[in-house]
Design a protein around this ligand. Structure first.
Ligand SMILES: Cc1cc2nc3c(=O)[nH]c(=O)nc-3n(C[C@H](O)[C@H](O)[C@H](O)COP(=O)(O)O)c2cc1C
Length: 356
């Protein structure tokens, strides 16, 4: 396999490797895709305020997530039906995360099984749950998640109804795990009380994924979550939401450092990660970027992507005058007008025809 030199090269290779249906499943968003665009827009709307004349010969890009040291503060967001994107599915993400030194979050609707994914990691791992049964079903899946050695549980709460993804509808494509699943409607009945019952039954580190409102973040903190996962599902659920980075800034101002704030939505580069940490996140998830890397070259390409992100983070922290994330704060960024249309948007999301 050729050694990718930058993430643009990876996404171009992913486009070559995937057919139109799978490309659109991975890359598309809901309805007008405005939430998806706003994720990028929010990231592009912050500029850096670098400092100079400091010794930045040694830069440490490491971070921490729920008590685990990570090589960079970037984790692998859960992706359903990964097996349609790359044959190894969730196990490839797990192996790549362990090889590189970060943490995967495995979707409850991906293959292979949660046990096989767990066996593919040597480091910490997280499990993401969609509710597809009654409390006995939940108890039994949590028993399997515990037995397989997962370190944290995330319950996704932004998916009461399945987003209207027009690219999928027009292609007549439903991903395999969505096609196969039963009792999806139960996801629409989750309440704060059920979430608390799930947390109690689980008993370990607990995350609510898909928080997009300051008041919900405050309620999650009051209910004792270990991390609030700020996400609009990469713009695949409710259209016309705020960009995730803007939501993070609002929530960080409200709940401060009471719990870990983790975030995803549109993150493509090291500079994006730095903006989120500056605004109060402790780590950042990558969804599509992970999928594109797997499509481009499986586990090895995903490790390479993480290495490229690490290189970008070291480069940008150094150019900001910082030697580690501990020195970073909101005084290194400010809002500015976006000069658009942005390069990332046209390069990464809108490769509708296959490049040769
Ligand atoms: C193809 C695909 C499948 C996804 N499947 C799940 C899933 O099974 N569970 C979940 O909680 N989130 C799922 N997500 C959402 C991601 O975990 C994450 O929130 C989102 O992709 C972040 O945005 P980004 O793709 O711009 O990085 C999925 C996202 C994509 C792109």
């Amino acid at each position: 396999m050729t050694q990718f030199t930058c993430s643009q090269e990876i996404v171009t290779q992913a486009r070559r490797a995937l057919n139109q249906e799978v490309w659109d499943y991975l890359t598309g968003g809901a309805e007008s895709e405005m939430t998806m665009r706003r994720n990028r827009h929010a990231l592009d709307s912050y500029v850096f305020l670098p400092r100079v004349l400091r010794d930045v010969s040694h830069v440490d890009p490491s971070g921490a997530m729920l008590g685990h040291k990570v090589r960079i503060p970037v984790f692998l967001a859960p992706i359903g039906s990964l097996q349609a994107i790359e044959k190894g599915g969730g196990a490839s993400s797990c192996r790549a995360a362990s090889t590189f030194g970060t943490i995967p979050m495995i979707s409850s609707i991906t293959e292979p099984s949660l046990e096989e994914c767990a066996a593919a990691t040597t480091g910490p791992k997280m499990f993401q749950l969609y509710v597809r049964g009654d409390f006995d079903w939940i108890r039994s899946i949590l028993g399997r998640v515990k037995a397989a050695g997962y370190d944290a549980l995330a319950v996704t709460v932004d998916s009461s109804h399945y987003g209207i993804r027009e690219r999928q509808l027009m292609n007549g494509y439903l991903p395999p795990s969505v096609k196969a699943q039963k009792d999806r409607h139960l996801q629409a009945a989750i309440t704060w009380d059920l979430a608390s019952r799930i947390r109690d039954e689980w008993g370990g580190a607990f995350i609510l994924k898909g928080i997009a409102h300051v008041e919900d973040a405050a309620m999650a903190v009051a209910r004792g979550v270990d991390a609030v996962y700020i996400s609009n599902h990469g713009g695949r659920q409710l259209d016309h939401c705020a960009g995730a980075l803007d939501t993070l800034a609002e929530i960080a101002a409200e709940v401060g450092k009471k719990v870990e704030l983790i975030v995803d939505g549109g993150f493509l580069r090291g500079t994006d990660v730095i903006k989120a940490i500056a605004l109060g996140a402790s780590s950042v998830g990558i969804g599509r970027l992970q999928g594109w890397a797997l499509a481009a070259g499986g586990e090895a390409a995903l490790v390479r992507l993480l290495e490229l992100l690490e290189r970008e983070i070291i480069n940008a922290l150094g150019l900001l005058g910082l030697t580690s994330f501990a020195e970073l704060g909101p005084n290194y960024v400010r809002k500015a007008e976006v000069i658009g249309p942005t390069h990332e948007f046209s390069t990464f999301y809108h490769l509708k025809s296959r490049p040769v």
